[in-house]
Design a protein around this ligand. Sequence first.
Ligand code: ADP
Length: 388
Amino acid sequence: MTEAIITFDHVVKEYRRRGATVGRPETMRAVDDVSLTIDKGDIFGIIGYSGAGKSTLVRLINALERPTSGTVTVLGQDVTGLSEAKLRPVRQKIGMIFQQFNLFSTKTVARNIAYPLQLDHWRKDYQDKRVAELLDFVGLSDQADKYPSQLSGGQKQRVGIARALATNPQILLADEATSALDPETTGEVLALLKRVNEEFGVTIVLITHQMSVVQQIANRVAVMSGGKVVEQGDVYNVFAAPQQAVTKRFIATAVSGLPEPARVASLHDEWSGRIVTVLIRQRESQGGASGAAVSASGQNISELIARYGVGSSLLYGGIDTVSGSAIGSITYEFSGDGDLVERFLAELSRSSDVIDFGTAAAPVDYDAAVAASGLSTVAAVRHEEEAR
Ligand code: ADP
């Protein structure tokens, strides 16, 4: 049973434009008619480029910003018009972590974590016990008396997470929480957030401009552009069948394995057979907001290769896991006598999405190959990006 924990209903947030000029409206919409439901227990990714309206959307959740119109409901309470006093208990149920960690540089790790407990007037011995628990949970028990400047970025964010969890919130807002970290540390912090979600049942709203972050831990995602949510759904469905150009662009940065034009050219130089990329989707997607379902792909390649007896060499590729299912692509050289390869490819195309780049002797133009594959997908978008 899913249960809504945060609901945006036709929310608009307008700001007065700075330095307004004649002929331009005086206000701009940072959030433009957003309707969105985040369920209890979700790790909900909100992805978009800088200026898309992500931070504004998140600040509407803890009512640091009030909507111009529409309503925001958090934990069953319409927070849109609540007084500061009435907001206090709602805000206590919401923790937040930041890109720049926002720790007190003059307080030790333990004092940083204890700070929200002090504000909440916890008894000193309860504070100490809670801080020890949290330090243990984030793996920093031996750093309690250090100052933030003595810690690595990943350790600082772990302190940030411990502090955000101190008063047992039900919601954790993470605003670009891993954007200042290297990939390995990002992975560690994301793994910790996943534990926060699984062990404490905390709902996490994750703002990011990195699709790989969404891919690693989110179960649902909304893509923002120009203040609007242009696409949303289960992470696998959005990765398997992105609808909007902006989503495809984000996914192109996360899903590996598609050869670029230069790579295809060099494969033709080395291999005389048919160069074919097969898209891998382990399961079908139910389709996102548009309802367009996309079937699985690349599931029976080995079986078909064996059945037809075509020669095959695996040349290039990459497969990643999204929500527990494989997504990616693999590029092969296929060879064989007569029209064997043609018949094999015809059958393969019936059950999979393939991009046929032809042979060295009869190459297919990259754009034409992608277009012929009927995939206005990631490959095309990435190529478009690179061509800029
Ligand atoms: P993101 O988090 O996706 O980068 P923001 O929500 O920070 O986007 O900003 C969305 C738009 O709203 C941007 O054009 C930004 O300049 C504008 N904006 C954000 N906060 C304010 C503010 N307090 N006053 C005026 N404009 C703002």
